[in-house]
Ligand binder design. Sequence first.
Ligand code: SF4
Ligand code: SF4
Length: 94
Amino acid sequence: MKIEEKLYTLRWKHDKQSHIKITAAEVCLDRCGTEWKRPCTAFCPANVYTWDGAKIAVSFENCVECTTCVLGCPYRNIDWKLPRGGFGIEWQNG
Ligand code: SF4
Ligand code: SF4
């Protein structure tokens, strides 16, 4: 089963408030862009992080709570918390 098909089996209860914040946008722009090529845009299975040409855009609604980004960002520049109570992944079937 492809990852896109697995993601389709998940259901979320979306919060309006993000549970993910980039701590220092300038690190993404300069150091990480040069030294690491912004790996969050590749390792997140749900494509939460995309580079829009000036900053990392965070589609927190798509997060599958795998916690990869907590360890995967080489600068520990992602402030990730579990979604607030009652929000986030509701159920999975895959
Ligand atoms: Fe920014 Fe971390 Fe992503 Fe690099 S991996 S672009 S430092 S959030
Ligand atoms: Fe992506 Fe997993 Fe981090 Fe959510 S916890 S943003 S799915 S890497």
